[in-house]
Write a protein of this length. Structure first.
Length: 80
């Protein structure tokens, strides 16, 4: 697949996965109003991860199941 256009292009998968915040670089028109936070709720585990069998899956669970091979986490940040 293709990388998102705002991901740092020079980072490999391992380096990007090791980052403590999303490894992105936005255009200068974006000015941050706060720091990155992880969205947590009923559909996530304590660290904000949800688990599924396919990226296009309609269901994602807070606990990994026998056939779950993917996990995702939603990051949030407010901009001015």
């Amino acid at each position: 697949g293709q990388k998102h256009p705002h991901l740092l292009q020079r980072l490999g998968k391992k380096e990007a996965a090791a980052k403590r915040v999303p490894p992105i670089e936005l255009d200068t028109m974006f000015q941050t109003a706060d720091e990155w936070t992880i969205e947590k709720g009923a559909g996530t585990d304590a660290d904000g991860w949800s688990y599924g069998i396919s990226w296009r899956s309609s269901t994602w669970d807070a606990k990994p199941g026998l056939f779950d091979v993917l996990r995702r986490r939603k990051w949030q940040r407010t901009y001015k």
